[in-house]
Ligand binder design. Structure first.
Ligand SMILES: *Cc1c(COP(=O)(O)O)cnc(C)c1O
Length: 490
């Protein structure tokens, strides 16, 4: 078979995808940068807003390209205004990070460099190593630890629990899987859904997850000990304990020291889901003490994009023993061999520590954030958020009808707008208030379900404060808005 490759003339001066008019591109990029800065300097004026249908229609892609000037104004007018609103000082929904302005610079440079951080010898790889090492030191893990930046804690959990499984079953698990073993993992009822997801995709299944009762002080460790003994007696293979540092519903923390003792006694892997809460390590006491014992974990999953304020997405997994980590994932075919010198140097490669081969430059935005604010500045913001949650709790308690449904232990405050109503009426009211305040751009609360003393489910308002722009006044306005919305009976 032969191909018509044309004449040399046909391939000369091939158009690239770069701009035809660099001067025009430069001018529109400068304008767009100014528009981004305008948006960031007025973050308090930009709450979430719904995307109008005509704007959504304008997102439809066609067969033809459009010029860069048009792209810049489209980005400014059609895209940028319709954000999640988590850059706003009264955004307390779910657990969304606020972002920092350093993200603007780092993302611009990262896009310019377009580095593939799966491995090889280039600057971004060294930057990522420093970010991981910095986080390792904050958590108190030994220098033998390794880590990798990932999309988020969900992915970090898969990597951590896979490493734990490899430790228990040995290298064979990579060849034959784990279907001969009934593997079990132990966590609190407050554990995040990502742990169950991880077990499902690992082929262990949700039934391998044992959930132990949990209260404001975290899970019941003696109940866990008893469950492990019962499972062993029944032929199960317990392999990991998952401690939660900061539960999504109420911001509670398991006692990591007690869990580390249990893991040692039972020869189990201790994994900590510290998606946001692990960063209380940078806070002042009493909040810092919530993660005492985290330095004894075998693995930690956490996010830079939540309470470290780094722009999405940026999660981290740390593994106590680099050898375990690498043995679980490394698998390089011939075309990916490393060399001593040149671009294929730079061992170890990040692709050996997770499921991704091609990887974006998540490290630079984290590095810039840490470089700009340090552990001290970030810790101060984290401490402030905990104080603000406590303030919100006090305001709720002093208000006539509102009531907390759980104690405030960290940065979460969960309450009902009117505790004098029935559970059903409260649920309807709290749901209405959450939506109404979002639609009016006043404040973003999300909701969760809590139990009344009689064991009835109630949908409650929930604030998770991971927002460095929030001030005490925003807390007051937000609580007042809840009261106003309730009393207006809209
Ligand atoms: C957000 C969260 C997760 C999931 O993390 P992602 O970064 O969203 O993947 C897991 N656990 C807890 C406690 C969380 O708050």
């Amino acid at each position: 078979m032969s191909f018509d490759t044309g004449t040399p003339d046909d391939t000369a001066n091939q158009p690239t995808l770069d701009p035809k008019d660099w001067a025009a591109f430069r001018a529109s990029a400068h304008h767009l940068l100014d528009a981004c800065l305008d948006r960031l300097t007025s973050a308090g004026e930009h709450p979430w807003q719904p995307v109008p249908q005509d704007v959504r229609d304008s997102y439809r892609l066609s067969e033809d390209g459009a010029d860069a000037t048009d792209l810049a104004s489209t980005l400014r007018d059609q895209i940028m205004p319709y954000a999640t609103g988590n850059t706003h000082p009264r955004f307390f929904g779910w657990v969304h990070g606020t972002g920092v302005v350093e993200g603007l610079m780092s993302e611009m440079v990262a896009a310019t460099m377009n580095a593939n951080c799966g491995g090889r010898d280039h600057g971004s790889v060294y930057v990522e190593r420093e970010v991981i090492d910095w986080a390792r030191r904050q958590m108190g893990l030994p220098s033998s630890a390794s880590g990798v930046l990932v999309t988020g804690t969900s992915q970090a959990t898969v990597i951590a629990l896979s490493t734990a499984r490899h430790k228990v079953l040995g290298a064979d698990v990579r060849r034959v899987g784990n279907s001969d073993h009934k593997l079990t993992v132990y966590a609190s009822t407050q554990v995040h859904a990502s742990t169950q997801n991880a077990l499902e995709i690992m082929g262990i299944g949700a039934e391998g997850l044992r959930l132990l009762p949990s209260g404001a002080d975290g899970l019941d460790v003696s109940a866990m000990r008893a469950q492990i003994a019962e499972d062993r007696a029944n032929g199960c293979v317990p392999f990991a304990i998952v401690g939660t540092s900061g539960s999504v519903d109420f911001g509670t923390f398991d006692d990591l020291t007690a869990l580390a003792d249990l893991a040692r006694d039972e020869d189990l892997w201790l994994h900590v889901d510290g998606a946001f809460g692990a960063w209380t390590r940078l806070a002042e006491d009493p909040w810092r003490a919530l993660t005492d014992g985290i330095d004894r974990a075998d693995s930690i999953a956490c996010d830079f994009h939540k309470w470290m304020f780094v722009p999405y997405d940026c999660g981290l997994v740390l593994i106590r023993d680099e050898a375990d980590h690498r043995a679980t994932f490394a698998n390089r075919p011939a075309y990916l061999s490393s060399m001593e010198n040149g671009l294929a140097g730079g061992d170890p490669w990040f692709c050996d520590y997770g499921t991704d081969l091609s990887r974006g430059n998540r490290a630079l935005k984290a590095w810039c954030t840490i470089r700009a604010h340090g552990a001290k500045g970030l810790g101060t913001a984290i401490t402030a958020n905990c104080r603000q949650a406590a303030l919100m709790g006090q305001l709720v308690e002093t208000e006539d009808k509102m009531a907390l449904v759980a104690p405030v232990v960290s940065n979460l405050c969960v309450f009902t707008a009117d505790a004098t109503l029935s559970a059903t009426e409260q649920s309807a009211l709290n749901t209405r208030i959450a939506q109404d305040l979002q639609m009016r751009g006043l404040a973003v609360f999300s909701t969760t379900t809590a139990q009344t003393p009689d064991g009835e489910d109630v949908t409650c308002l929930r604030a998770a404060i991971t927002n460095h722009r929030t001030q005490a006044e925003d807390i007051e306005i937000a609580v007042q808005s809840v009261a106003d919305c309730r009393d207006a009976k809209l």
